[in-house]
Design a protein around this ligand. Structure first.
Ligand SMILES: [Zn+2]
Ligand SMILES: [Zn+2]
Length: 134
């Protein structure tokens, strides 16, 4: 994937650090700030947590990256894609995308409330296969 072009398409300044962040998110799907920090340290030994946050926030602002908030755990970040729900393992924190459209749910909420709904996030918590087989 051409990350340079991708970042430019979103009006984001292209830096080696940003390209590396996009690359890692692309490879891993969902990552929290600590795991991002760990992998980026290998390439950029002097990178700070603050720099990563700054870059991530700039990308969230352009809706290029999404933050998934998880109860009692650190948020994870992913490259933005169509609205989708998540399943999260309450034991190991593994997170998966669910091929489940939130559009109908949002329409339903909109029709039964006085709000114009813009976005939603939905997380299902449970035990993943790996943890269940332990
Ligand atoms: Zn698990
Ligand atoms: Zn996701």
């Amino acid at each position: 994937m051409n990350y340079t072009k991708l970042l430019k398409d979103y009006n984001l300044k292209v830096t080696p650090q940003r390209i590396a962040i996009v690359d890692e998110l692309h490879k891993h799907g969902h990552m929290n700030i600590d795991s991002l920090y760990q992998v980026l340290l290998v390439k950029f030994p002097s990178i700070s947590l603050a720099t990563i946050y700054k870059n991530i926030n700039a990308m969230i602002e352009k809706v290029f990256v999404d933050e998934v908030k998880i109860e009692h755990k650190k948020s994870v970040f992913e490259l933005s894609k169509k609205d989708h729900a998540h399943t999260i393992c309450s034991s190991c924190g593994a997170i998966e995308d669910m091929d489940f459209s939130l559009q109908n749910l949002m329409k339903e909420v909109a029709s039964s409330s006085s709000f114009e709904i813009e976005k939603t996030s939905l997380c299902f918590t449970g035990i993943c296969k790996t943890c269940a087989s332990k």
